[in-house]
Design a protein around this ligand. Structure first.
Ligand code: NAD
Ligand code: IPM
Ligand code: MN
Length: 352
């Protein structure tokens, strides 16, 4: 029997609603498989935890995460209780950085039965490979002076190492997909870091002569995701550009509530972390309308990562069939609540 240890951090807001529900699905999958069990280590680290302990996670928190095979996270942030910069640097970004989860993978695809806001969504299917350790999210900067003289500074940092590994990851992925990489840039002489990004993209591209490459300015690319999303296969982007493009990707899918994501550790030293694209959705807490699909699809990415691709495929099938049968939460135009969607998915899995 294969035992997989999973750190579970529901976090804040709807993270606390969707994570426990989706664990029921993981348990069902383990039952079906027979050869694997998931052992969860539940951590209440959140903004409420901060109010009690003045930290987002305990001193030994990181060491505990390191001892597990994967981290399954809901969402972090409740600005009514704790300022976002405290909760995010103290938990979400801290884990991404200290577990060296240097790549963020975020697929977006047309799903049958989900109404896209696009007039002709036509089966788009692309993946954003987002640099996840530096760039515009660097730790260098801050606020100085006050009053009329106040200045806020953020130094974007682009190292060759991180830029190159992100771009290489994108080319590798494109090789397994449809063979096209689009680089998100802003190299028209305004942002200093981007001509460097372009140069690395160009250089790395020589190692994949069969992959089609193109470079789009981020503003135009955002527009193209709306006007011709089918064109894209793999999009490689810096931290902030990738963040923005993936909410847009989620939106053209039909709802941010269904978009999955994975923070990948490449060196095998620390666990990867699986958290959906969406946040804690403070506006719908307690309404029962939180869509569990983003979290569940994220679980599928975790299963894939853990070598349980078959279970992941079963889960994806159950997700898509459930949507196809109209069992949907409010964001997708349905009337089902979180639990009803999950119950339906579990019923389906038991029939496979
Ligand atoms: P958000 O993604 O939480 O919400 C944006 C909109 O999408 C809201 O209207 C919300 O109701 C809706 N939505 C999101 N997920 C949904 C779901 N599963 N089902 C149905 N509707 C859903 O973004 P925000 O409002 O900008 O951020 C709220 C908080 O979450 C902030 O504290 C922010 O910093 C944090 N945040 C955390 C993460 C993360 O932990 N990975 C990601 C994004 C935002
Ligand atoms: C995401 C979120 C985070 C990010 C925030 C909450 C720091 O928006 O995971 O997309 O920008 O990476
Ligand atoms: Mn985001």
């Amino acid at each position: 029997m294969k035992k997989l240890k999973i750190s579970v951090i529901p976090g804040d807001g709807i993270g606390k609603e969707v994570v426990p529900e989706t664990l029921r699905v993981l348990d069902t999958l383990a039952d079906l498989h027979g050869g694997v069990t998931f052992q969860y280590e539940n951590h209440p680290w959140s903004c409420e935890y901060y109010l009690e302990h003045s930290v987002m996670m305990p001193d030994d928190g990181m060491a505990r995460l390191h001892q597990t095979d994967a981290i399954y996270l809901g969402a972090v942030g409740n600005p009514k209780l704790v300022p976002d910069h405290v909760s995010l640097w103290g938990l979400l970004i801290k884990i991404r950085r200290e577990c060296e989860q240097v790549i963020n993978i975020r697929p977006a695809q047309y799903i049958e039965g989900v109404k896209s806001p696009l007039a002709e969504p036509n089966h788009f299917d692309f993946v954003v490979v987002r640099e996840n350790s530096e760039g515009e999210y660097s730790e260098v900067g801050g606020r100085i002076h006050s009053g009329d003289d106040e200045i806020a500074i953020q130094n974007a940092i682009f190292t060759r190492k991180a830029t190159e590994r992100t771009i290489r990851y994108a080319f590798d992925l494109a090789q397994k997909r449809r063979g096209r990489v689009t680089s998100a840039t802003k190299s028209n002489g305004i942002v200093h870091s981007m001509p460097f990004w372009d140069q690395v993209f160009h250089e790395v591209g020589h190692d994949w002569p069969t992959i089609e490459t193109e470079t789009n300015h981020i503003d135009a690319l955002a527009a193209f995701l709306v006007s011709k999303p089918q064109h894209f296969d793999v999009i490689v982007a810096s931290n902030l550009f990738g963040d923005i493009l993936t909410d847009l990707g989620a939106s053209i899918m039909g709802s941010i509530g269904i978009a999955p994501a994975a923070n990948i550790n490449l060196n095998g030293k620390y666990p990867s972390m699986f958290e959906p694209v969406h946040g804690s959705a403070p506006d719908i807490i307690g309404t029962g309308t939180a869509n569990p699909i983003g979290q569940l699809w994220t679980a599928q990415m975790m299963l894939d990562h853990l070598g349980l691709e078959e279970l992941g495929q079963l889960l994806l099938r159950a997700i898509k069939e459930t949507i196809g049968e109209g069992i949907k939460t409010r964001d997708l135009g349905g009337t089902a609540n979180t639990k009803e969607v999950v119950d339906h998915i579990i019923e389906k899995l038991r029939l496979y």
